[in-house]
Design a protein around this ligand. Structure first.
Ligand code: SF4
Ligand code: SF4
Length: 399
């Protein structure tokens, strides 16, 4: 068994590191209408795609350059320089804030009127450490984000949820709630339960509460502060937190970190428990990407489709109190309806079951696959792309 720390305590890591600019940016596109054509010149901040579904933000060029390629899932920009579009700052009082944020690239699906606003400052996974530095070193930006969000949510109660032992100063009129600094207590359903006592399914939105992370507030505050659209993400790479242009290729980031990727190594976008493997080193990071991890060939778990031993170890550790082993078998044998009988939708996709599985079965992957198939069955008119977006939202935006 590989030893792994489930602690969510983070050290103080200081201001965000701004990386070097890559020669090309591969900007991910999900459910968008693409605006430019190959060969077009764009300035940094130019809108290059408009969202086709409500809640999803538009996409802008992170740097000036030439549109080199347009594909179903990305726009490739050859970077030429730092020229930017001119900004005319709009007074927030004069705009429909939600609509304006969406046009600036912010996903606004979680912004609606509710009585309770919950600010999640608990790291989502071990090793993802940006919340504490954002709260401390970018306090004004986060506060500006909070003031903007309050105009939409108009909450009567606010909570800041933090891992006991991590530093977090409260905001005015905000109750601080501590949770044990152990994974998976930073996942949204766990944080909602810590505040409201209610258990919610992953990806569902409680009617009376809005939950946003400190990272979400930072992005919103930055857009309002600068008047410029969202073109950067914040990622933990190694022990530092970085401000990275959206679309920066994974291979560029590993190279800049001095970590050459060898055959058989796995590059993970997000955290080790629930992140997604990069498809290739050319893949560009998205605004939802929170981290970059490298698992060397032969290190870590090596899950495979071994038989379930029926040992029950996964059930003993599942925070949702369901039967991961049974769910994985339903998925393996395409018994998706049966998976619903075993409460598959209660799974919060923490990945803990896979860590403890004696047979090293890829339990989280089986469960995600069954959920995806069920979504296709239940929503036959939905496109694969739309379901991918819904699934991604359910993952907390993680990629
Ligand atoms: S990923 Fe596994 S341990 Fe986590 S909630 Fe789902 S079934 Fe339970
Ligand atoms: S831990 Fe693995 S082998 Fe044991 S019951 Fe769960 S799925 Fe089966």
């Amino acid at each position: 068994m590989t030893t792994f720390s489930f602690s969510l305590l983070t050290g103080e890591t200081g201001p965000l590191v701004k990386g070097n600019e890559p020669p090309e940016l591969r900007v991910p596109i999900h459910m968008h209408t693409i605006l430019p054509s190959p060969g077009d010149q764009v300035l940094a901040g130019t809108k290059i795609a408009t969202a086709n579904i409500s809640g999803l933000g538009d996409v802008h060029a992170p740097s000036s350059g030439t549109i080199k390629e347009i594909a179903d899932d990305h726009i490739l920009i050859e970077v030429t320089g730092e020229d930017r579009t001119q900004v005319e700052k709009v007074p927030m009082e004069d705009v429909n804030v939600r609509k304006w944020l969406r046009e600036q690239g912010i996903n606004v699906g979680s912004l609606y009127r509710a009585t309770t606003l919950i600010i999640n400052a608990v790291p989502p996974e071990p090793g993802i450490s940006m919340y504490e530095p954002l709260l401390r070193d970018y306090r004004k930006t986060v506060e500006l984000g909070l003031e903007t969000v309050k105009r939409i949510v108009t909450p009567s109660k606010m909570y800041l949820v933090t891992a006991k032992g991590n530093r977090a100063n409260a905001f005015p009129n905000c109750t601080v709630t501590h949770v044990s600094p152990t994974y998976p207590n930073g996942l949204d359903p766990m944080v909602i339960r810590a505040v409201t006592g209610q258990e919610v399914l992953l990806g569902t939105k409680p009617a009376e509460a809005v939950l946003l992370s400190v990272r979400d507030l930072f992005f919103i505050g930055k857009v309002v502060e600068t008047g410029r659209p969202l073109t950067e993400t914040v990622m933990t790479i190694g022990s530092q937190n970085h401000l990275i242009k959206i679309g920066t290729p994974v291979g560029w980031l590993t190279q800049e970190a001095g970590a050459a990727v060898q055959p058989g190594d796995r590059v993970i976008l997000g955290g080790l428990m629930r992140g997604m493997p990069a498809l290739n080193l050319q893949q560009g990071v998205d605004k939802d990407t929170t981290g970059l991890m490298l698992i060397r060939n032969g290190e870590g778990l090596n899950p495979t489709d071994n038989f379930c031993l029926g040992c029950g170890e996964c059930e003993r550790h599942c925070p949702a109190r369901i039967m991961p082993g049974m769910l994985s078998r339903c998925s393996e044998f395409k018994q998706y309806d049966r998976a619903e009988d075993f409460h598959i939708h209660s799974c919060i996709e923490c990945g803990i079951c896979g860590y403890w599985c004696k047979a090293q079965r890829p339990l989280l992957q089986y469960i995600r696959h069954a959920k995806y198939e069920l979504a296709l069955l239940r929503l036959p008119n939905q496109t694969d792309e739309a379901i991918s977006h819904e699934t991604k939202e359910a993952h907390g935006g993680e990629r």
